[in-house]
Structures are given as C-alpha cells and as structure tokens.
Design a protein. Structure first.
Length: 325
C-alpha cells in the first residue's frame, strides 16, 4: 500500500478573531487518511486581538510563531515553511474551513500519475452556502489590467478577459495559470528550489509571482475541483482600509517590473497614475461615495512617492489598521 503524502500546514494570522480557531478545528476534523498533516504552524504578524487565545489542534502538533511586528505575508509564509520538512507545504488562510473530504480529495489526486507533472495544487473555494467563489486566476497581463482599471473586463470580456476565472470555467479539475493563496499546496522540493515566496511583496501577488516562476521551471498549477474549502475572504485585508489598495499598487509594480518586459511595465505604471485614479474617482462620484475621494488622492500620491524612491522594487512601509493613510 502506498504511503499517504504528508504536509505541513502554514497559516499566517493577523487579527482574524474566531476564524483562526475555526480553521484549526476544520483541519482536525478533516479526513486525513489519504493526505496526512504532520504539523500546523501559525505565524502571527503582531495581532492585537484575541485570535491566538486558546488555540488547539488535538492530535496534530501545533506551533505558534509570534512576530513582534507585521513582517508581511510572504515573509511570514517563508518563516512557517522553514519549521517543517514534509513532502508538501499547504499555505492556508485563517478565514478558510476545510470540508471533511477536502484533504482526502487532494490526496486521492496526488496518488495518480496525472499529478506527477504539477507542482502547485488548489481547491474549489465556496461560501458557507456552498456557492463557488474565486479559486483560480489568469496570469496578469497588460490587457487584463487595462480591463480591470476601466471596467472593460465586464463590458467586453473577450477583448479584456477578467483576471479571475469564473465558476463556469472551473466546472472540472485541470491545469490553470495559478490557484489563489487561500489554499496553496506546493511541493516542498519546488518551494525550496525557488527560494520560497519573494519577500519583496508585503501583501498580494506573492503567490502569483511564485506560480509564474514555477511554471517557467516546468511545474505548472492544478485545480482540484473535488476538494472544497469554505472561504470567508478579506477578513484581515478589510481592516486595512485605504492601505489595501496602496499595497495592491506596490505589489503590482514589483510584479510587472520583475516579470514583464520593461516597456510593458512602464506603460502599466503610466496607466496606473492616469487612467486608473480617474476611473476610481468617477466611480466613487457616480455611486455617491464621497468619502472615498480624499483617500484615493492620498493613496496614489503615496504610491507615486514610494515608486520614485525604489522604482517599484523596494518593500512598502508596514501598514497599520489604526493609522490613516
């Protein structure tokens, strides 16, 4: 009988309250007969709530790493991965809950020859009512970003394909560009070979960058449709307020200058400082969201100052939920 593969589960936490405990309980309750969990590592980025109180994982070894400051998602993921040595590393968001058969479905696929050519595996994200959520995405392109900035991805999706794959495009398992980071299972050998996540990303796009590097190294991503995972979504990031879009801009800048041709990267920056803010301001005005006008100006001003210093490659300053941008 073939031995079931093992995984170290890494969860990065920042003020997720009850969600973290619920996530741990779902791992313990899951069927691990086909896919064993060797340990769970929770890396906390200086939370100020009670999310770390009374954490337990029953029969699974649990380690909690407490950072004195918010070191960012990519760095914390790398910290957690370094604490284990299993065949796989499963990066799991604290606002997720595994279904009873999630790991069994993944383990079943990993036991087939079809899995041998893939390095990253994702699950089907669903809400509490079982409705499909965003699970996989296309690699970002200039056309995708222009569509997203202007709303043309909704008006003319054939010309400007949306970034995220829609549920009808994920009706079955198969290869994809990238799976989202909420359930991101990667072969440890691949993670080590690529040096883990790029710690120049504070938040957002670190898993996209990794998936693209893995694809170029011959290890594409695979969506396991039978593995369902409940995902609340944006529990931590919603607390950032305007900082959230600022971090998106910083990560996007880093990604395009590292992964695109220079002329494409510079064109996106030009659009990011002209078309995009105008579109966001117009949308806020049309919807009567006047409170968003001022922060939008501030966000793009801060981004421009950051970009001028490091041309989009240096890390952004640590965000604080209690500090106005």
């Amino acid at each position: 009988m073939t031995t079931a593969p093992t995984a170290d589960v890494v969860i990065v936490n920042w003020n997720t309250g009850r969600y973290l405990g619920e996530c741990l309980r779902s791992i313990v309750a899951s069927d691990r007969s086909r896919f064993r969990v060797a340990r769970i590592v929770v890396v906390d980025n200086a939370s100020t709530d009670d999310s770390l109180d009374h954490l337990t994982a029953a029969d699974i070894p649990l380690e909690v790493v407490r950072n004195g400051r918010n070191r960012g998602f990519a760095t914390a993921c790398n910290q957690g991965a370094a604490r284990g040595g299993s065949d796989f590393v499963l990066f799991l968001n604290p606002d997720t809950q595994l279904h009873i058969d999630s790991l069994r479905a993944v383990g079943r696929f990993l036991g087939t020859p079809a899995a041998d050519g893939f390095g990253i595996f994702g699950a089907l994200m669903v809400d509490r009512d079982g409705r499909p959520q965003v699970s996989c995405s296309r690699f970002p392109s200039l056309r995708i970003y222009v569509g997203k900035m202007t709303g043309l991805d909704r008006l003319a999706p054939r010309l400007f394909p949306p970034h995220h794959l829609r549920p009808r495009e994920l009706s079955r398992s198969g290869p994809v560009d990238q799976v989202i980071g909420a359930f991101f299972l990667v072969r440890r050998s691949l993670f080590t070979a690529l040096g883990g996540f790029d710690e120049g990303y504070f938040l957002y796009l670190e898993e996209v960058d990794f998936a693209l590097r893995a694809r170029r190294a011959g290890w594409p991503s695979y969506h396991v449709n039978q593995a369902r995972v409940c995902h609340a979504g944006q529990v931590s990031s919603a607390q950032l307020g305007p900082w959230r879009h600022y971090l998106v801009l910083c990560s996007r800048s880093r990604y395009v200058f590292r992964q695109w041709q220079a002329h494409q990267a510079w064109l996106l920056i030009a659009l990011s400082l002209s078309v995009e803010p105008v579109a966001r301001l117009a949308a806020a005005a049309l919807r009567g969201r006047w409170a968003e006008i001022g922060p939008t100006f501030v966000v793009y001003g801060r981004f421009l100052r950051w970009f001028r210093v490091g041309r989009g490659l240096g890390p952004p300053p640590e965000p604080r939920a209690d500090t106005a941008i």
